[in-house]
Design a protein around this ligand. Structure first.
Ligand SMILES: Nc1nc2c(c(=O)[nH]1)N[C@H]1C(S)=C(S)[C@@H](COP(=O)(O)O)O[C@H]1N2
Ligand SMILES: [Mo]
Length: 334
């Protein structure tokens, strides 16, 4: 009786730490991918360290799981849930580590990132269901000196494992977790197909002013380098040519006010704050050539420092808007 209790006690602590690591993994992953800021404490490095800490705990968890599966008093749904959780966690960590090597992008029709995020969502749901079954409540006695010491050892182990992984297997990633590619890939957010825009029929409406392509191309362009960093996990540095939105709006006599809505021929749209338009560009060329249809011909947004989904392709309308830029979904919805 007593031995059994102690064994469960040990399992409890492992579960608690694993639970905390999962939460930390979700937060650092979401943070790196959505906010994507260059903090001194690299979110994606913490993300990797959390994953490796989970793997380091695996032998202990294995003992607990095996005991649970052999326990005839455990109900079958509970066992199935444990196995589902194990599966999701392993797929999440495996796909994340594989992505960090920069060698694989697709598995079948899915990107590694889609598998990674999908499995993580599955793991979170399984953990939630797990806790509904038996809620692990932290106790005061969980944090005695020995427990803290073990936690420190785990932290040090995870740090060493992360450094080793970075040195041996992983490629250099941005702080967003994205891996480098030499060429831009043709990507869409959800399912916008490549548009083959007829330059003769196309025009760009800025406020009340219509620009045809010749008029846009005649504007003084600047050349600059910017990194496109797609949330599907790659980035590419290219040389762009374009006009600042602030300059374009001034030319059209438009006062942006709160924001401008930039809309694609497909209906895809983002709102940019009126005070950010010096750093948002309408680009007509990349790598010394006009944009290809896949990359947004005839004009697209280039927004250095913002994730790829801001870089609206096949732009046809730029309109002042009373909508504050924070009043749009964090990610596009279509
Ligand atoms: N109209 C439109 N523009 C779009 C998208 C889209 O789906 N529709 N996808 C965005 C996303 S998610 C990215 S990463 C970049 C990809 O640009 P690229 O195909 O030139 O690499 O375009 C952005 N612009
Ligand atoms: Mo993207």
């Amino acid at each position: 009786m007593r031995i059994d209790f102690r064994a469960r006690q040990g399992g409890r602590r492992v579960d608690l730490v694993l639970g905390l690591l999962l939460v930390a993994g979700v937060l650092t992953g979401l943070g790196a991918n959505t906010i994507g800021v260059n903090w001194p404490l690299d979110l994606i490095q913490l993300h990797a360290a959390g994953a490796l800490a989970i793997l380091l705990l695996a032998p202990w968890k294995y003992v607990v799981i095996r005991r649970g599966l052999r326990n005839p008093r455990q109900r079958r749904p509970t066992k199935a849930l444990s196995l589902a959780l194990l599966f999701f966690v392993l797929v999440t960590i495996g796909s994340g580590l594989l992505h960090s090597t920069g060698r694989v992008e697709y598995v079948g029709p899915l990107t590694l990132m889609q598998i990674h995020v999908g499995a993580a969502v599955g793991a979170v749901l399984a953990v939630a269901a797990h806790f509904v079954g038996h809620w692990v409540r932290p106790r005061r006695t969980d944090v005695d000196r020995r427990a803290l010491l073990r936690l420190a050892v785990l932290g040090a182990g995870a740090a060493v494992a992360t450094a080793a992984w970075d040195g041996l297997a992983a490629t250099s990633r941005r702080y967003t977790g994205s891996v480098p590619t030499a060429d831009l890939e043709v990507t869409s957010w959800i399912n916008d197909g490549i548009q083959r825009v007829d330059a003769g029929k196309w025009s760009l409406r800025v406020g009340e002013t219509e620009f045809d392509l010749d008029r846009i191309l005649a504007l003084p362009h600047e050349r600059f380098t910017a990194i496109l960093d797609c949330t599907s996990g790659w980035y590419s540095s290219q040389e762009w040519e374009g006009v600042r939105l602030s300059a374009l709006l001034a030319l059209a006599g438009v006062d942006p006010g709160r924001s401008v809505e930039v809309r694609s021929v497909t209906g895809y749209a983002r709102w940019f704050g009126g005070d950010t338009l010096d750093d948002v560009w309408l680009a007509t060329a990349v790598g010394g050539r006009y944009l290809s249809p896949g990359h947004g011909f005839p004009v697209r947004i280039v927004a250095p420092g913002r994730r790829g989904f801001w870089w609206v392709k096949w732009v046809t309308s730029i309109q002042p808007s009373s909508r504050p830029p924070w009043a749009q979904s964090v990610f596009p919805l279509s």
